[in-house]
Design a protein around this ligand. Structure first.
Ligand SMILES: Cc1ncc(COP(=O)(O)O)c(C=O)c1O
Length: 441
């Protein structure tokens, strides 16, 4: 007999450690199976997945083509050590060289996003011979040691001190400070400030700057117009590499295959994971530009992982990318942006507690305010009881998404239909009455 929801939750809580949480406080949803944009509990409750789990199941749940590809690969070759050449490695690396714009044609495969970033900074340091990395405060780059030191958000703090040599700088859009009113002003002032930091630190000591092309968990923040080309110019002047972290925003999430395609820039190093396999099997990758690849043809790449270029993960990637392309899901994300935008605007007009929403493709977030001045309901890294109530309301009413600080996420699988988006927003609409009650006027 299948395990009951209660037993599943009890045993998981008793014998496993949950991420970023105090064990006794976690309240996990028991998940038995999932299909398309829905997941189901053992006792038959259905949840609309409005966050693609961890913004990663881009093609939707349970696509048979990925399962078949994984099985086929397992039947043929379930593992070969990373020093071998395999057909699936040949195929997927060539496919990535094909679909990633610019001169990023060479890849190192990892198990996830954190390791992709770890190896990106390793590659940058080995290539430039410089020790330091610039990173931004409003960022998350992964839960391993170096990736957490790159991370700017509060998950870094209990993990410090860690790897030295990371210098954090403010984003073009800090939490409660403004570099200006217009995008042009913001870009100019932010980069003047950054240029001064570079001078203070000594440009000859800085290997790279890492940035999420569109900041994810820290607010779904697209860059201001013109930011990335001007940033790249500034970094190029000093021989500092640009690493773009597209672990969350890559593979169609923003309505283009890679988010940097919106912004007239090509990084020197690109990292990816999540949507690469739509999370069916763990896989991450670091892609490097031709000059960096050439360097590592002549010099040792001092990195390695038992499961690097794992054939089964690569088979999942090939199939998941195939589904994204064959079913037009990137285009669907771009189309559905209009529907989400309309719903976000409708709720902003209707609910006093809604400050507004941001959506690019199907990468979205809504902000909750406590008063007419637009002050967010919770402080930075804080909570508010009404946000807890909203979170519980979503769960009780069959909507799965992330509620954090003063925000909740809108990141459904890219296969979602207009009707399903409206279904999600009608639950949100009712839930927002709870935050409206906390609105101070
Ligand atoms: C932008 C970004 N980079 C890196 C990571 C870390 O990826 P992983 O959890 O696969 O190690 C994440 C995870 O959420 C992320 O959002």
């Amino acid at each position: 007999m299948a395990m009951s929801s209660e037993e599943m939750v009890r045993l998981c809580k008793e014998h496993t450690i949950y991420s970023w949480a105090k064990g006794e406080a976690v309240d996990p949803i028991p998940v038995e199976r999932a299909e398309g944009v829905y997941m189901y509990t053992p006792d038959g409750r259905r949840f609309l997945d409005f966050n693609s789990q961890l913004m990663c199941v881009n093609i939707g749940h349970g696509h048979p083509k990925v399962a078949e590809a994984v099985k086929r690969q397992m039947d043929t070759l379930s593992f070969a050590y990373p020093g071998t050449a395999t057909e699936i490695r040949a195929r997927v690396s060539s496919l990535l060289a094909d679909i990633v714009p610019g001169d990023i044609n060479t890849f190192f495969f990892t198990l996830g996003g954190a390791e992709a970033n770890e190896n990106a900074i390793r590659a940058a340091r080995l290539y430039t011979g410089r020790p330091k990395i610039l990173a931004r405060y409003r960022s998350y780059h992964g839960g391993t040691n170096a990736a957490l030191q790159l991370t700017g958000d509060p998950r870094r703090i209990p993990n410090q001190p860690g790897m030295p040599g990371v210098v954090h700088v403010m984003d073009p859009r800090p939490y409660d400070f403004s570099f200006g009113k217009t995008d042009a002003e913001i870009v100019e002032n932010n980069l003047r400030y950054l240029s001064e930091v570079i001078d203070y630190e000594g440009p000859q000591t800085i290997a790279a700057m890492i940035a999420e092309t569109v900041t994810g968990t820290n607010g779904v923040l697209p860059p201001p117009e013109g930011y990335f080309p001007a940033l790249k110019q500034l970094l190029d002047r000093h021989g500092i590499l640009l690493i773009l972290d597209e672990v969350m925003c890559g593979f169609g999430r923003t309505g283009k295959l890679f988010a940097f395609e919106h912004y007239d820039v090509v990084p020197d190093i690109l990292t990816m994971a999540k949507g690469l396999t739509s999370a069916y099997v763990p896989l991450g990758a670091m892609g490097v530009s031709d000059p960096i690849a050439e360097h590592f043809r002549k010099n040792v790449f001092w990195g390695g992982l038992t499961y690097s270029a794992h054939p089964v993960s690569l088979a999942a990637a090939e199939a998941a990318i195939g589904v994204l392309r064959d079913e037009g899901l990137v285009e669907n994300a771009a189309r559905m942006q209009t529907v989400v935008r309309r719903e976000m605007d409708r709720l902003t007009a209707k609910h006093p507690s809604v400050k507004g929403g941001r959506i690019l493709g199907l990468f979205g977030i809504m902000d909750i305010q406590k008063n007419g001045r637009g002050d967010l309901i919770a402080p930075y890294n804080g909570t508010h009881p009404a946000m807890g109530e909203l979170d519980r309301y979503f769960k009780q009413n069959g909507l799965f998404t992330f509620v954090r600080w003063s925000h909740f996420m809108v990141n459904p699988p890219l296969c979602i239909t207009e009707e399903q988006i409206l279904e999600g927003f009608s639950i949100i609409d009712r839930g927002l009455e709870l935050t409206d009650r906390a609105f101070e006027g």
